[in-house]
Design a protein around this ligand. Structure first.
Ligand SMILES: *[C@@H]1O[C@H](CO)[C@@H](O)[C@H](O)[C@H]1NC(C)=O
Length: 252
């Protein structure tokens, strides 16, 4: 059930060059390396030429030539395609630029994984015949790809599960929340299962209905208060005793 094998699809190296003049011409050249496999066998090098924000010609390394989309674009494409030195250079760029930099970029990002922090909480308790709602949240994981599922006594639960998308925290980390609506049966064990590239085994969190986290917090705060109260009372008592015995010992 490992998710370690996943594919990526992202254009890296968006090198762009802009040329503009004061009277409004705008030219742009965008270089992209597009790939989705770990061995870069499907690497495509794209060079998109724009004039006044319209892409009018594009080089695609799979085709090995420029294709024009507008009349001036077609004229330029024809001219560039005849330039052998230029075309040889572009052909070599799939290796010297794309595969070279993809390797560097991937080694700094792709093999990095961060284990999600998984929490199961109760959203709605059962009241009468209404179903209960549980939420399984996974926080601060990387990369984005993740699978959250629910088990009832080890069996996959498929109905009444709603999940958010993977939400970007904006700091490379993601979070996701999955809600389960269910009618509790006595003795039933409900677990949330999270599968992620950071863990070779699925992360399993059992739901413990006896004490919810909110209740646990209340108990923790209550007992801390009690301990604090007893400590202060004891200190006060000791202080009072010392003071009163001290007074007795002073001779008149
Ligand atoms: C590049 O050309 C190939 C072959 O025609 C095509 O399959 C592919 O979609 C093109 N890539 C892009 C990004 O346009």
């Amino acid at each position: 059930m490992s998710l370690l094998k996943f594919s990526i699809f992202h254009p890296i190296l968006m090198l762009s060059a802009f040329f503009g003049t004061a009277d409004g011409f705008y030219e742009c050249m965008m270089l992209e390396c597009v790939y989705s496999t770990g061995d870069y066998s499907d690497m495509v090098f794209l060079v998109s030429m724009s004039f006044n924000k319209v892409v009018d010609a594009q080089y695609n390394s799979t085709l090995g030539k420029f294709v024009g989309f507008t009349e001036p674009g077609e004229r330029n494409a024809e001219r560039w395609n005849k330039n052998q030195a230029f075309m040889q250079g572009l052909k070599a760029d799939v290796d010297t630029v794309c595969r070279h930099y993809a390797k560097i970029a991937d080694s700094s990002v792709l093999d990095k994984t961060v284990l999600p922090k998984v929490k199961v909480s109760s959203v709605k308790q059962t009241e009468g015949r209404h179903p209960a709602v549980l939420m399984c949240s996974a926080y601060e994981f990387y990369p984005k790809k993740i699978k959250v599922s629910w088990l009832s006594d080890g069996e996959l639960m498929t109905s009444e599960v709603t999940s958010t998308m993977e939400l970007a925290d904006g700091d490379w980390y993601y979070q996701i929340h999955s809600e389960l609506e269910y009618t509790p049966k006595s003795g039933e064990k409900i677990s949330c299962v999270v599968e992620h590239a950071s863990s070779p085994q699925p992360i399993v969190k059992d739901w413990n209905p006896s004490i919810s986290e909110a209740d646990r917090n209340k108990i923790a705060i209550g007992s801390s208060g009690l301990v604090l109260g007893i400590t202060i009372a004891a200190a006060g008592l000791i202080y009072y005793k010392k003071k009163s015995t001290g007074r007795v010992l002073v001779p008149n």
